[in-house]
Design a protein around this ligand. Structure first.
Ligand code: URP
Ligand code: ZN
Ligand code: ZN
Ligand code: ZN
Length: 496
C-alpha cells in the first residue's frame, strides 16, 4: 500500500480554510490533501469514511496541570500523565503542554524539567511538551534559561497570587527581562494575591466560609488590576506576554486596548468562562466546591463578551486549564475541609482548579452547532489548535495540515446536526477525577475518531480508546511565531 491511512469524504476545516478534501497519511505525516473523490481508489492500509463530518487538526491544549505536587498550598493533581492524556485523546486533543512545576525551594529548573520528563516518558497517549512553572527566579535559576531553550522549552508561567508562587513586581521584571533575552514567552496568572487574601480574611471574620464566597473574595477588579499591571510590566520590558485564563470582560478590555497600541500581548480563555457561572458555586450541600477555580466563573451576563473576545481576536487561544482534584478525597481536602465545626468547609482550603481536558472541544463545538453566531469553524480551529501551536513554537508541525510538514494529528467529528443531544456524564469521561463540573450539560458533538501521528487512538463507535500509552512523544519547541517584541531597545530611556 502506498499510504498508511486515507480519510475520505470529510469537510476539512483549518484555521484558514474549509473544503471537501480527502487526506492521505504516510509515515506519521500528512502526505496529501486532494479533491474529494480523487483518492478513493488509492492503495492504503486503512481507510476512514468521514461521511461529511468535520476533519480538523488535532486539538492542542496548552494549559494542563498533571501530576503536580500541592503547589497551590493545597491539593495534589489526581490525574497522572497517563490518565490525563488518555482523557485528552478521547476528547480530540492530540498535543498537551503541561507544567514542570518549580517549588520555591527547588534550586534548579533543569532538575525540575528532568523529573517532569521522568513522569511523562512512556506514559502519554498524546504528544506533549512542558512550560516551566517558575516560583523562585533566583539569579542561578535565571541563568538556566539558555539551556532550557536548547532543551526545547520556550515558555514559562509565573503567578501574581498563591502564597507558594506569588512574585513581587521586581521579581516579575527580572523574569521578563531574562525571558526576552532568550526569546521565551511568559504566561502570567493575573490576580492580585494581596487583595484576595485580604478579602478572604474579611469574609472569614464575618463567618463566611462556604464555597460560594470563593467568588466573593475574587471580584473582577482583582483580575482587572493585575491584568493591567502585567500589561504595564510587559510594556516596560518590551517582551511578549500571554495572560492566562481570562474570565472578566473588564480584563479583556485592558488587553484589547494594549493590543490596539501594538503591544505583543496575547490572552487565553477557557470553557469554564463560557459555560459556568458563580451561581454554580452556590449549589446545595458542598457541590459548589466542584466549580472552584481561579479566577472564578463570572455571571451569564459576562459570557457573551467572552465569546466576542474570541471572535474579535482579543483572545488568542482557548485552553482547558485542566487542574484535577478529587471531590471525595481526604488528601486533597476537597471534602475533608468539611468538619463538624465547618459543615460546608472553608473555601480557602479547597484546591483551586477543575477538570476539563476531555470536554473542552466537544462543549464549544456543540454550542457553536446550536448557535453558529458564537464562533466560526475556522476560528474554532484557530483558537483550539493553530494559535496555541504558533504561540508556543509547535507550528506547523502541530496545528496545521501541511502536506509533508505537519504531523498527521486529526480529530474527525460527526456530520453537523446528526446526533441527538445528550448530557455530559462523568462516568463517560476518561480522566481520574470523581466529578465533572459540566455534569448534565447537553452536547451534540463528540470526536468520532482521533488520530495521532497517523494512528487511530480513539474510535467512539468501536473499541473507544485504542491508543497506547507511550505512543505520545515529547515535542521540542522553538520560538513563538506570533508577533514578538517591538524593539524599543533594552534600556531606552526615552521609553520611561
Ligand atoms: O484554579 C485554577 N486555575 N487552578 C489551576 C492553577 C492555575 O492557576 O492555573
Ligand atoms: Zn493560573
Ligand atoms: Zn492553570
Ligand atoms: Zn447539533
Amino acid at each position: 500500500a502506498s499510504f498508511d491511512l486515507l480519510i475520505l469524504n470529510g469537510l476539512v476545516v483549518t484555521a484558514s480554510d474549509i473544503g471537501h478534501y480527502d487526506i492521505a497519511i504516510k509515515d506519521e505525516k500528512i502526505a496529501l490533501l486532494a479533491p474529494k473523490g480523487s483518492l478513493a481508489e488509492t492503495q492504503a492500509k486503512k481507510v476512514i469514511d468521514a461521511e461529511g463530518g468535520y476533519v480538523m487538526p488535532g486539538g492542542v491544549d496548552a494549559h494542563v496541570h498533571l501530576e503536580e505536587p500541592p503547589l497551590f498550598g493545597k491539593g495534589r493533581s489526581s490525574d497522572t500523565y497517563e490518565t490525563g492524556t488518555r482523557s485528552a485523546i478521547c476528547g480530540g486533543t492530540t498535543t498537551v503542554i503541561t507544567f514542570a512545576p518549580q517549588s520555591k525551594n527547588d534550586p534548579s529548573l533543569l532538575s525540575v524539567l528532568e523529573s517532569t520528563h521522568q513522569k511523562a516518558q512512556n506514559n502519554c497517549y498524546t504528544d506533549y511538551s512542558f512550560h516551566i512553572l517558575l516560583s523562585n527566579p533566583s539569579p542561578s535559576v535565571l541563568n538556566e534559561f539558555p539551556t532550557l531553550r536548547q532543551k526545547g522549552i520556550s515558555s514559562l508561567k509565573i503567578y501574581m497570587t498563591y502564597e507558594a508562587l506569588q512574585l513581587r513586581d521586581n521579581e516579575i521584571l527580572d523574569v521578563l527581562l531574562t525571558a526576552r533575552q532568550n526569546s521565551i514567552t511568559t504566561m502570567i496568572h493575573a490576580e492580585n494575591g494581596d487583595i484576595l487574601s485580604w478579602m478572604t480574611n474579611k469574609l472569614e471574620e464575618k463567618g463566611l466560609f462556604e464555597p460560594k464566597y470563593h467568588a466573593t473574595s475574587r471580584p473582577q477588579l482583582v483580575e482587572t488590576e493585575a491584568t493591567n499591571r502585567a500589561i504595564t510590566l510587559s510594556e516596560l520590558i518590551d517582551t511578549p506576554m500571554l495572560i492566562v485564563h481570562v474570565s472578566s470582560p473588564s480584563a479583556a478590555e485592558h488587553i484589547r486596548n494594549a493590543q490596539t497600541r501594538g503591544l505583543p500581548l496575547y490572552a487565553e480563555t477557557c470553557p469554564q468562562y463560557l459555560f459556568l457561572t458563580r451561581s454554580h458555586l452556590s449549589l446545595p450541600s458542598f457541590h459548589g466546591a466542584k466549580h472552584i477555580c481561579s479566577p472564578p466563573p463570572r455571571t451569564s451576563a459576562d459570557h457573551p463578551q467572552i465569546w466576542l473576545s474570541l471572535r474579535n481576536h482579543t483572545f488568542t487561544i482557548l485552553s482547558s486549564d485542566h487542574c484535577p482534584f478529587h471531590y471525595f478525597d481526604t488528601e486533597n481536602g476537597k471534602s475533608s475541609v468539611r468538619t463538624p465545626e465547618y459543615p460546608l468547609g472553608r473555601f480557602k482550603y479547597i484546591p483551586n482548579g477543575i477538570p476539563g481536558i476531555e470536554t473542552r472541544l466537544p462543549l464549544v463545538l456543540s454550542a457553536m452547532e446550536k448557535d453558529s453566531k458564537k464562533l466560526s469553524l475556522t476560528k474554532f480551529v484557530e483558537v483550539t489548535s493553530t494559535n496555541p501551536a504558533k504561540l508556543y513554537g509547535l507550528y506547523p508541525r502541530k496545528g496545521a495540515l501541511l502536506p509533508g510538514i505537519s504531523d498527521a494529528d486529526l480529530v474527525i467529528w460527526y456530520p453537523p446536526n446528526t446526533l441527538e443531544e445528550w448530557p455530559i456524564r462523568n462516568e463517560d469521561l476518561h480522566h481520574n477525577v470523581d466529578y465533572t463540573p459540566y455534569e448534565g450539560m447537553m452536547v451534540c458533538q463528540w470526536p468520532r475518531w482521533t488520530v495521532l501521528r497517523g494512528k487511530v487512538v480513539w474510535e467512539r463507535e468501536g473499541e473507544g480508546l485504542v491508543g497506547e500509552k507511550g505512543w505520545g512523544r515529547f515535542v521540542e519547541r522553538g520560538e513563538s511565531t506570533l508577533g514578538g517584541r517591538r524593539g524599543v531597545g533594552e534600556w531606552d530611556v526615552e521609553a520611561f
